[in-house]
Design a protein around this ligand. Structure first.
Ligand SMILES: Cc1cc2nc3c(=O)[nH]c(=O)nc-3n(C[C@H](O)[C@H](O)[C@H](O)COP(=O)(O)O)c2cc1C
Length: 332
């Protein structure tokens, strides 16, 4: 038996004009990147040429910022961007191999809708779809005719059931269910249709889905939770987990902890890939890279940064006022 050599997996986390809070202000930035298909097309093709395994876009079913705080909202370069499954469906047509990770929430959608969307993306892309399962920490409930934002533990309970329902729906038909036999006039072999008939705490879903089983069977499940509940969900259901640990010790603890959770779900540690994020600032030399970073930092507006939606990251990495900016904010 020849063991496959281990290979590093690379993903490109594309975020409109970039991850830096002030990226869109940079004179070389594509300020309309979030709504610019040609921009994403160039990036996806470049990532594919660079042998990346995947491209990924984050998402929230509501504005990232707080629209009531117009001073902050109006300075946020990430306010307007494409819906991920739609974006990746288009870009799957101009790429051949790269995987597409689209973020979709378990808190503000129905599993039936999500199962359809990702099955479609998987068909359209020829088996390159992946779903970044998020529970949506931000309260976007005012957009969804629901009484309130579910609390953390309820969101994760719902997510656990949600993923099982989605997978069950993906199994609505066996791979060869659609016989399309013109002579007999039979499109679908009824023996190969399986109704889900799910009745759970959060969902009642009969099925079947109105699309054939995805080419991958199940599109790849990605997770990015960091809490105990998030780690459990990843250990049980995900093939990839994204992390944003800021120290080596934290990253090592996270890795070891996650891997140790898999056996109780009958899984081997290598069945869950941990993909830590980095925020690279490039330059021909280290000095040039540092200068590029400082140039970005100098563009940070104190108000826009204070209320920046990536609050968990912000809390762990104190804001450093940049010399020369009027009214720089106090460290948080
Ligand atoms: C790389 C990365 C990408 C993420 N992308 C999203 C996203 O697109 N949408 C979202 O609502 N949350 C996103 N999150 C947040 C996580 O889903 C999760 O809510 C957060 O890490 C907190 O974990 P917890 O909810 O388990 O406490 C992301 C986290 C990381 C590390």
């Amino acid at each position: 038996m020849s063991a496959q050599p281990r290979q590093i997996r690379l993903g490109a986390f594309l975020q409109a004009t970039g991850h830096h809070v002030a990226a869109w202000l940079h004179p070389d930035a594509q300020a309309d990147a979030g709504l610019n298909l040609a921009h994403y097309k160039a990036l996806a093709q470049e990532a594919e040429r660079g042998k990346f395994d995947l491209v990924f876009v984050a998402d929230s079913p509501g504005g990232y910022g707080n629209p009531h705080d117009i001073e902050v909202f109006s300075r946020d370069g990430k306010t307007a961007h494409f819906e991920p499954v739609t974006l990746w469906s288009a870009l799957s047509q101009v790429t051949r191999n790269i995987g597409f990770v689209a973020t979709s929430t378990t808190t503000y959608e129905d599993p039936y809708t999500t199962a359809r969307k990702f099955a479609s993306l998987d068909w359209i892309s020829g088996g390159r779809a992946a779903w970044n399962v998020v529970t949506t920490g931000a309260d976007v409930s005012p957009n969804f005719s629901v009484p309130a934002h579910l609390e953390h533990s309820r969101r994760y309970e719902r997510a656990e059931e949600y993923i099982d329902v989605v997978k069950g729906l993906w199994d609505s038909y066996e791979d060869d269910a659609f016989v399309r036999d013109r002579e007999r006039g039979v499109f679908l072999d009824p023996e190969k249709l399986h109704l889900l008939n799910h009745k759970g705490d959060h969902f009642q879903v009969r099925g079947p889905l109105n699309i054939g089983r995805p080419p991958q069977g199940y599109p790849v499940i990605v997770q990015a939770g960091a809490s105990d509940a998030g780690r459990e969900l990843a250990a049980r259901t995900a093939e990839v987990i994204f992390t944003a640990n800021l120290t080596l010790e934290d990253a090592q603890e996270f890795y070891a902890d996650l891997k140790s959770r898999l056996p109780k779900f009958g899984r081997r540690p290598e069945q869950l890939l941990v993909m830590p994020g980095i925020f690279p600032v490039l330059g021909g030399t280290e000095a040039e890279a540092r200068a590029n970073y400082e140039a970005l930092q100098a563009l940070v507006h104190p108000v826009g940064c204070l209320e920046h939606p990536q609050a968990p990251l912000r809390r762990r990495r104190p804001f450093r006022p940049v010399a020369g900016r009027q009214g720089a904010a106090a460290p948080q």
